[in-house]
Ligand binder design. Sequence first.
Ligand code: SAM
Ligand code: ZN
Length: 340
Amino acid sequence: MKQSLLQYLTCPSCAGPILLSSTAKSEGPEVLEGELSCASCSKVFPVVRGIPRFANLSQLESDKAATAANFGWSWQHFSHHDDRYAEQFLGWIAPVQPEFFAGKLVLEGGCGKGRHTQLAANWGARDVIGIDLSDAVETAFAATRHLPNAHIVQADIYQLPFARIFDYAFSVGVLHHLPDPLGGFASLAAKVKPGGHLSAWVYGAENNQWIIRFVNPLREHVTSRMPSRLLFHLAKAPTALMYLASKLLYGPLNRSEGGRSIAQHLFYNEYMEFVSGFNWREQHNIVFDHLVAPTAFYISGEEFQEWWQDIHATEVVIGWRNKNSWRGFGRIKSLPETSA
Ligand SMILES: C[S@@+](CC[C@H](N)C(=O)[O-])C[C@H]1O[C@@H](n2cnc3c(N)ncnc32)[C@H](O)[C@@H]1O
Ligand SMILES: [Zn+2]
């Protein structure tokens, strides 16, 4: 944890200021071990292995604990980097472009292994804070500690240790895994200052009926409950099907003049074309990620629109990504002008 993070932290229980113990152990600019405490209510939050811990995994509700355990394992084992992450990220947060990050204070809700925290920092955010509930923060911290403007915090999206200070917040692939997706969305939005911006990307209900009907029961009752190591190996079978279909059929057809018109009629074509650019490791990661989640909601376009109305966002742009998911970008309403 960099000392510069302290200025942004507040107590998740009472919103009081957070202080760092004088006995903290540092290595260069990083505080590696120490104790944070609330100056108002005296709650304490440890810093362990360089990461401030505002969430206590042993005290979580069972659904959240299962989600954190499975994703924690996932991101610690799929810690690789892929060159297409930047392009993929921009697809999820469109119409946001890299220049948008310059000089902004940014919050990422559910940072996983920190791949997007890293991109936001490299694209010039003044500071970017990635929060995650799971032990994925260990991987995220290792991936970002060299960046002076990147910070990782272990916290629950519903109890964020910040005031309403951010210029921009985003959350990619997280909200649909929460017990109450809209509640998580609203909690993140509540940390963006008036006039700031918010992005979110979620699984869509449309075109995913086959997953909802056939894959979901298997995921809920079998794959998310089995030991992650076993699922890691079992997921290689569906990955092999996806890999072969994407590399031998969808990719080549979509790249050839005559093939495109045929490809358009293929099942799940837009998504499979996109996935065809990924190597085996990343495709394995994608399949595992789908099967490991104990909770997953598929959000309809109508419901997603309502989320943005619920938080009174303005200038909202909603996009249909790969014909199987929704992305949204909007502005948090400015406060009404007060007369002096
Ligand atoms: C599918 S992963 C996406 C990670 C990252 N956004 C990415 O795209 O690489 C979902 C992440 O949400 C995190 N998560 C789940 N519930 C959470 C909660 N209540 N608060 C914060 N993070 C949570 C998980 O630990 C996991 O890392
Ligand atoms: Zn407090």
